[in-house]
Design a protein around this ligand. Structure first.
Ligand code: 5AD
Ligand code: SF4
Length: 473
């Protein structure tokens, strides 16, 4: 698959951004008559996609669309898709298939697909030919041009398909409609240069490019002034933030500048590649209480042979050294990871190495995935794809081990007091309120609506595998 390494990114010019504002106004005028029009945005995949969906919703809101959660009430539906695993693609396609009937009932309904799944030409062509009721698609790099795309769909009565192409362009000033007033995603960079052999992301999100630090700082300042209490900085590999600025501002520098902003807030970040997570970053965290004591450090495998096949550029030894350094500097830090089970060629011995790194690293939390073959990636061409009967047996062994460790890591907090940012009523346990600790652990307690969006101190009375139970002190 094409790597598009030769295409340096650039920033959108003020004229280009203004042009999108003009299209936004034109659409606002077109839909202003009669009853308010409604927009529904459906999201699959990672936090980056959730952040992108908030921008899609923001642009639609600026055009005058009201937000709805119900597809049946919508005048426009946009499905923001994920390609990282086959399952996510199949779900997005199957939900989109159901919209055929909605469109039959309401022919004026406009349906679009965005995100990773429609960032390349071939899948876009497939949608074009097999899903005639889809009006438009746009890839991740075209998101900021939604007003222009939609205007053409609405005025020319034609279908518009925009996979990523040409130079990736980073645009500032795209409106955002955030889901939560107290917690915000802030993308600091886009794309990925790592080409881990199993991963589709570099092909669908393009080369790494960073937003300017001034733009990020202005966004965070505004959020904090509006009462936001938790900022999560997003990027596929935040540790390589700012590489194109030639040492002017790296990720640790950016974090330190964010911590200088006055206000009662915490800052988190994800994701970090172990090859780029530096001692400077860890020291910056240790020196700044505003940076949450949480580190997501995907290891993917505990076998050095598999790590090499994955093109991860670190060893289990260097990875464990990094974890040791983190715990030395911040003993209460919560560490989480991603692990892939059944990468091509993974033997029982390789898998045992994964179990043993989990035992040594003692993660607070783990996100585990069965390897999913992504066409066009090097791993898809590798021999020795691991059969489902084997991955199906390995996966529960890994989960059982991690559950034991999660409980052990949570038990440490019994009888201690933790500061918790209150989210609201618990979804799984509606008689309790739920919040998150600095380490991003879920805490359940008796509370009330007045506490939502506030920090409270909670004494932990009981630890469970997936949550802590406590009472306000
Ligand atoms: N199969 C399974 N898991 C994958 N991930 C990325 N690509 C694949 C794939 N092809 C996982 C990695 C990554 C997380 C976001 O998704 O663990 O860290
Ligand atoms: Fe995919 Fe690797 Fe980039 Fe993460 S660092 S997005 S796993 S290629």
């Amino acid at each position: 698959m094409e790597k598009r390494n030769d295409l340096p990114a650039r920033y959108a010019t003020e004229e280009e951004i203004e042009k999108q504002r003009e299209y936004t106004k034109k659409i606002a005028n077109m839909i202003a008559d009669g009853t308010p029009k409604k927009a529904c945005v459906i999201t699959y995949g990672c936090q980056q996609n959730e952040a992108d969906s908030e921008r899609i919703a923001g642009m639609l809101h600026a055009m005058g669309y009201e937000k709805t959660e119900k597809e049946a009430d919508a005048d426009i539906i946009i499905v923001n898709t994920c390609s990282v695993r086959d399952h996510a693609e199949q779900r997005a396609l199957s939900i989109t298939g159901g919209y055929k009937h909605l469109k039959a009932k309401k022919p004026s309904l406009i349906i679009g697909i965005s995100g990773c799944m429609v960032s390349k030409q071939a899948p876009t062509d497939k949608i074009k030919h097999s899903y005639p009721y889809i009006d438009f698609t746009f890839g991740t790099e075209k998101l900021w041009q939604l007003p222009e795309i939609l205007y053409h769909v609405m005025t020319e009565e034609k279908r518009v398909f925009c996979p990523n192409e040409g130079k990736p362009i980073t645009a500032e000033g795209v409106p955002v409609l955030r889901e939560n007033p107290y917690k915000a995603w802030v993308s600091i960079m886009y794309g990925c240069n790592n080409f881990c052999t199993y991963c589709i992301v570099p092909y669908v999100r393009g080369r790494e490019r960073s937003r300017r630090p001034e733009a990020i700082l202005a966004e965070v300042r505004e959020l904090v002034a509006d009462g936001c209490r938790e900022i999560t900085l997003l990027g596929q590999n935040v540790n390589s933030y700012g590489k194109e600025f030639g040492g002017e501002c790296d990720f640790a520098d950016l974090l330190a500048k964010i911590c200088e902003i006055e206000g009662d807030f915490i800052v988190r970040f994800m994701t970090s590649h172990p090859k780029d997570a530096s001692h400077k970053l860890i020291d910056t965290m240790a020196a700044n209480p505003k940076i949450a004591r949480q580190f997501h450090l995907p290891v993917q495998s505990g076998s050095n042979r598999i790590l090499k096949e994955m093109n991860r550029i670190y060893t289990r030894e260097s990875y464990l050294d990094l974890i040791r350094y983190m715990r030395e500097k911040m003993p209460d830090i919560a560490i989480s990871t991603d692990i892939i089970v059944g990468f091509p060629g993974e033997t029982e011995e390789d898998f045992e190495d994964t179990l043993s790194i989990v035992r040594e690293a003692r993660y607070d939390m783990m996100y585990s995935f069965i390897y999913s073959k992504r066409s066009g990636t090097p791993a898809a061409e590798m021999e020795n794809q691991v059969p489902e009967e084997i991955t199906g047996k390995r996966f529960p062994r890994l989960l059982a081990l991690q559950n034991e460790i999660s409980l052990e890591r949570n038990l440490v907090w019994e009888n201690k007091v933790l500061r918790v940012l209150v989210d609201g009523k618990s979804k799984n346990n509606p008689e309790k309120y739920s919040g998150r600790t600095d380490g991003n652990k879920i805490v359940l307690f008796d509370g009330d609506e007045s506490l939502v969006g506030k920090f409270v101190n909670i004494k932990i009375t009981k630890a469970q595998t997936f949550a802590l139970i406590g009472e306000i002190v």
